[in-house]
Design a protein around this ligand. Sequence first.
Ligand code: ADP
Length: 279
Amino acid sequence: MNGNSLVVVKVGGGEGIDLEAVCADVAAWVTKGRRFLLVHGGSHATNEAATALGHPPRFITSPSGFTSRLTDRRTLEIMEMVYCGQINKGIVERLQGAGVNAIGLCGLDGGLWRGPRKQTVRALVGENGRSRLIRDNLTGKVEAVNISLLHSLLDNGYLPVLTAPALSYRGEAINVDGDRAAAATAVALAATHLLILSNVPGLLRHFPDETSLIPAVAAHELETVGQRYAQGRMHIKLLAAREALAGGVGQVTLGDARSRQPLTRTLAGQGTVIQGERV
Ligand code: ADP
């Protein structure tokens, strides 16, 4: 990795993630001249806020096994409070406090992340797992990244801190998966590395046994390994890794964001390292 290469770091929003440690480590690397872009989630804090506000979270599972948040308008507003407010500004405050000129944006700002809204979502509901069409779901995926905006920020020494929602092609706010949005951003900016930091050490062979870490996976094995070992949300992380590698990112590492120096450890190869075929 040369000094000018860009690393995209996705920090999850699960329970136990230590944002303080992530920000301190980012700041230490920025001081040494490393360039970063941060993408973050906020799922756990959103669940807490939604419950406190009397609009508890609901999740749906697609027939292919992907679980996602059911995002009606009220849920989207609560997400905005937490993702774009509490978490995004908390990260910016910590980085600014450590001398890093961070700027927090969501995918709506400057049309940063754009893509199609899914008009309907097929989901399995009820105990018998019958499939149903859901229409009031404000979700979609990122297809286009406003790279000129990101380049102008990066070139002027800012560290972008990005989060959902994104902007649909029709101009609506849509919930998007943070791992896949980070992958799309890493591809668009030709990043050399994508680090996906979460509340597990990486991909585990026998989840939740943390001693069963799979240290390395080749890109061509990802699909089979995922089918065999991933459950729930881990499937989306592996899909994001596949998308990043297919788009030319050299390496994706799934690392742990629960303790000190999470970036340093992940950059040093702790976690599950997924190497692109072309490197
Ligand atoms: P984040 O909010 O940090 O992006 P997610 O909750 O989306 O993280 O995904 C990480 C979760 O994936 C872990 O907390 C764990 O519960 C789950 N998981 C499922 N299967 C595995 C596995 N084989 N190895 C590690 N984690 C797994």
